[in-house]
Structure formats: C-alpha cells, structure tokens
Design a binder for this molecule. Structure first.
Ligand code: SF4
Length: 420
C-alpha cells in the first residue's frame, strides 16, 4: 500500500511541476513514507531520518517531511522525537503536499486531519515498477482486529469508483503493464454502488493486454463463494492467493477479533483448492499473541502442517499502542514469542521446500523481470503462482513471457530450463 501511495504522491508532485530525483544529494525535500504496523518498522524509519538529517548542515534549505501511517499516528509528537523533521502529513492530506513543501518556512508543521471519504480520485499514479502495476481499489479498514493499528491510522473503509479503477488499469495497460495487482486492506469487501469485488474482478479480467491479475489483501471472513468462482473462471487471475490466517486456534482468533474460526478458514482453503487445484496459498501468522497457551500455539503449528502453505510470513506479536490487544494483561514474554516463532519458521522452511520441489518436472509460464542477482547469465521471473524462478537466457527476454521446465528447487527459488 505504501509503494502505491508513494507512486500517487509522486504524481501529485509532478502535476505541480516538482521533480522526483533518484539522487538524494540533489533533493530539496526528503519525504519519508512510513509504516506503523510493527514497532520495528517505526524504529527503522526513525533511524533513517536521523542518518539523513545530517544533510541539513550542508544544505540549509533542505526540508524533511514524514508522511504515512506513522505521521498519522504520532502527529506533532514526531517533532519532539526528531527536531530535524519539518513537517508531518497524514494519510488523507497528500493533496496538500505541493502547497506545504513550497512554503518558505514549514518548521514544526503538522496536518493529520482525517478525511474518511478521501480516495484520491482522478489521480493516476505513475507505476514505477517496470512490470507490475499496483492499483489501489479501496482505502482504510473497518475490521479493528485487536492487534492492528491500521483502522486508527488509515481510517474507515471506503471503495473507489469502479470506473476510475478500470480507467487506471487501462492506462497502465496502455503503458505496457501486463501484470496488475489490485490493492486494499480488505479487497473482498470492495463495494461501489452495485459493483462488488467479484464483479470488479470480472471487469478487470476483460481488459485486453493485461495478462496477469492479482489482488491483496483478502480477509477470510469476507472471501465469498462468488469471488472463488470468478477466480476459477477468469484466465488472467493468477493461481496464487495471500490469505492471512493469523492463528490456527479459534479462541485466539476470537480474541484477535478476526471474525472467523479455524474451521471456516480450513473450509475456504478446500474450496479454493477444489476450484483451482494448482493454487499457491501464502499467509501471515502472528505467534505469541497475548494469552496464547502452548496448546493454542500447537494448534497453529498443526494448522500449518495440515494446510501446507507455499509460504508464510511469520511474526512475533508486536504490541501497538492504542490497540485493544496492547492493553491485554496476559502478554507473552519475549523469549517464548521468539521460541515459538523459530519453531514455525523451521516448519515452514520444510513445507516451502517440499512445495517448491513438487514443481520439478512441470512446465511453467514466467514473466521475465530482471537479470538474476547471482549470475548475469541467468534471468529471473515469476510463475503465475508467484514463485521466483531463474533460468539461463539472453537479456532481450526481459519483459517477455516464456515457458520453462522446472529442473530444481533451491530454498525459495525455482530453477528452470527455457523451452519456449
Ligand atoms: S483486516 Fe484487521 S489486520 Fe487487516 S488492516 Fe484491517 S484491522 Fe488490520
């Protein structure tokens, strides 16, 4: 979402005749687009701001601005945390950025007014990724999972006009993008007038010259049968779904306010695999949520064994000030959270390797994105089910679709042999 917002912000500034530079030494303004989802993300950006602030001694007019969720969450306090920050702009106020950065003096300026109807209509971001265009379809979230800061920073859920979304995808397609990802905190609850998410997927699937369609993030309580049906029937929708499970224990899911049981989650996986037998499923898991007993943790462990995700993003619970779970009194000690996390990582590594090895001998379509990091004789691309695959080939294949036969699996990378 932040990548997408950064692209939109660039567009807002360019429309105002400002210029984006890749060379930090040239910049008159530094904007830090921040994430609050975990404490670690906030600590890192504060470190980065401190490092870059020394530039002010060489360039007196350099302005430093903080935008994004951390700006929304901390507002004025950011000026106290780091005196070098000139302005703090919340997530609904990006249209004011040109005005703010051109003020002669912006010292200690903060604008974080919430606007729960802002969807940044009529702004068509520059999709700076070479091959994949991220298109935001909705903003905010109404779910209030008890561990999550997002509803407090990004505000209430609102969907963009579907015609605007289609226009943006068509624009991206006309610029040569073949792979589109629809974005939102909870895409399954997209609704604009009579267009729901299933209908929106159908409409995007109709757009010529788009070859691959993906979407994140899905919520298990809102992933409807009609969306699963459209996924199975639409040739452009890729065989990959990221579906956060968070826990394999229903009582913990209840305390997280997730709105589904483990059995419900398991049922969705069965439906998805019935409709799309080759679908890759990835997930997010939080371990050490307040009150999680050893038994409840084992339920998550066993759920991961049962479902066999292709990949899992596993996290230790990180208390976020202002959320309900941060006030729970039965917080789990750090060493137990770490121990549980390591167990899950180890298990998932084995499952991922097994999943990747099962692809050996299959023919896969790749969208070739770049030269491989390890060897300039090799190229890297993604399969439809989102697996990075490297193969030997000439660089003029970058940006093209090729067929490869999978010959090996090393860690989280497949190795292929070009056949077409
Ligand atoms: S669905 Fe839950 S975890 Fe996801 S953004 Fe909304 S509140 Fe956060």
């Amino acid at each position: 979402m932040n990548v997408s917002d950064s692209e939109m912000i660039k567009e807002i500034l360019i429309e105002n005749n400002d210029e984006v530079t890749e060379n930090i030494d040239e910049a008159d303004v530094l904007l830090f687009n921040t994430c609050s989802v975990r404490q670690h993300a906030e600590d890192r950006v504060l470190g980065r701001i401190s490092n870059e602030a020394s530039r002010k001694s060489k360039k007196r007019n350099l302005k430093i601005g903080v935008i994004g969720c951390m700006a929304q969450r901390l507002g004025d306090d950011l000026h106290k945390i780091n005196k070098n920050i000139d302005f703090v702009i919340g997530v609904d106020q990006y249209k004011n950025l040109p005005k703010i950065i051109h003020k002669k003096r912006v010292k200690d300026f903060t604008e974080t007014t919430v606007n729960n109807s802002e969807v940044y209509e009529n702004i068509y971001p520059i999709h700076s990724g070479k091959f994949n265009a991220f298109v935001t379809i909705m903003r905010g979230c109404d779910n209030f999972c008890t561990y999550c800061i997002v509803p407090y920073t990004r505000g209430r859920e609102r969907s963009r006009n579907s015609e605007e979304i289609i226009k943006e995808v068509e624009l991206a397609a006309s610029k040569g993008f073949k792979d589109v990802t629809l974005l939102g905190q909870n895409v399954n609850s997209y609704k604009y007038e009579d267009v729901d998410f299933a209908e929106l997927l159908k409409q995007v699937n109709e757009i010529d010259s788009i070859k691959r369609l993906r979407f994140v993030t899905s919520h298990p309580k809102d992933l409807s049968d009609s969306v699963i049906k459209v996924m199975g029937e639409s040739e452009k929708i890729c065989e990959h779904l990221h579906l956060p499970m968070q826990s394999g224990n229903t009582d913990i899911l209840k305390r997280m306010n997730r709105g589904y049981s483990y059995e419900h989650y398991r049922g969705i996986i069965t439906k998805l695999r019935n409709k799309m037998p080759d679908i890759a499923i990835t997930t997010d898991i939080i371990v050490g949520f307040p009150g999680e007993t050893e038994e409840q943790f084992n339920d998550t462990y066993n759920a991961m064994k049962e479902i066999e995700f292709d990949y899992a993003f596993t996290f230790k619970y990180s208390p976020r000030e202002g959320t309900i779970a941060a006030k729970y009194t039965d917080q789990i000690p750090e060493e137990i959270r770490l121990e549980r996390l390591q167990k899950l990582i180890k298990l998932q590594e084995e499952i991922t390797l097994k999943k990747y090895r099962s692809k050996i001998g299959t023919i896969q379509e790749l969208y070739v994105e770049k030269v491989s990091k390890k060897s300039d004789k090799e190229l890297a691309g993604r399969t439809r089910d989102f697996k990075i695959t490297v193969f030997e080939g000439s660089q003029n294949l970058i940006g093209k679709f090729v067929k490869v036969k999978i010959v090996d699996a090393v860690g989280w990378t497949l190795k292929g042999k070009l056949i077409e």
